[in-house]
Design a protein around this ligand. Structure first.
Ligand SMILES: Nc1ncnc2c1ncn2[C@@H]1O[C@H](COP(=O)(O)OP(=O)(O)OP(=O)(O)O)[C@@H](O)[C@H]1O
Length: 247
């Protein structure tokens, strides 16, 4: 269970809050989607929850643990799949995964077997000894995902895990995440693919200007919104059609 209370973040040198007084509860069984236009605050919220950045104010608890009191336990409890590839291009897939596993204190046969099983499930067994710089975007996304789950996290945060991948890779990734969730991992993910989120998530929150403007199961949000046939209709009705370009 994740409980977020009055969480706010204002980056140094800026005068706006990227996350503003945000309250949210995510249950252990959820596949929770954080949706919102560009610049809404999704990555900032995930970065706060992964303790990659510090809140300006407010707090959160993940499965009873807080970063201040339980830093090491929390690190073992969560997995992070960042938006950017966090892989070493000149190492092979297997070497990369051995390295990431060792960062969590894993080693030996146990780690090797875990890597082999994940590579198999994600369709990458035959590329195990190929260098990452020869991989397609979809293959790198799948390796990025494996790197984050080797320590069996109870809570997995993913920032746009299906961006830039083909339909085949996307299906493999989504099915794998569903499997992890069925085995007891809470999934929290950001995406701009609203059809995907509608089918995949048990709950979503639509975020804009650092605040949650609505949340709930996709079907409830659709039925509650006048003239909405899908999550995209809800999203546009609540966030508007204006472009969010800024520099
Ligand atoms: N390191 C930073 N320093 C200053 N401002 C930042 C920083 N990172 C993000 N921001 C600002 O915080 C706001 C929220 O950004 P964030 O990346 O969290 O949004 P997002 O919803 O993830 O967007 P996207 O969908 O484009 O990834 C934006 O206005 C952004 O410009």
């Amino acid at each position: 269970m994740i409980e977020i209370k009055q969480l706010s973040k204002k980056y140094k040198g800026t005068d706006i809050f990227s996350v503003s007084d945000l309250d949210l509860c995510i249950s252990e069984k959820d596949i929770f989607g954080l949706l919102g236009p560009n610049g809404a605050g999704k990555t900032t919220l995930i970065s706060l929850l992964c303790s990659l950045i510090k809140p300006t104010s407010g707090s959160f608890v993940i499965n009873g643990l807080t970063y201040k009191k339980n830093k090491n336990q929390l690190k073992q409890l969560i997995g992070i799949v960042p938006q950017e590839y966090a892989l070493y291009p000149t190492l092979t897939a297997f070497e990369n995964l051995m390295y990431f596993g060792s960062m969590y204190g894993l080693k030996g046969n146990k780690l090797k077997l875990k890597i082999k099983a994940a590579l198999q499930t994600l369709g990458l067994s035959q590329f195990s000894n190929k260098k990452i710089n020869t991989f397609s975007g979809g293959m790198k996304r799948r390796i990025n995902l494996i790197a984050s789950i080797l320590h069996n996290p109870k809570v997995l945060f993913l920032d746009e895990p299906t961006v830039g991948v083909d339909v085949q890779s996307k299906n493999v990734i989504i099915n794998y995440l569903k499997e992890l969730n069925e085995k007891g991992t809470t999934i929290i993910y950001t995406s701009h693919h609203l059809n995907e989120a509608e089918a995949f998530c048990t709950k979503v929150a639509i975020i804009d200007h650092g605040r949650i403007i609505t949340q709930g199961p996709p079907k409830s949000l659709i039925s509650d919104q006048k003239n909405a046939n899908n999550l995209e209709d809800v999203f546009l009705a609540l966030t508007g059609h204006a472009l969010r370009d800024h520099a």
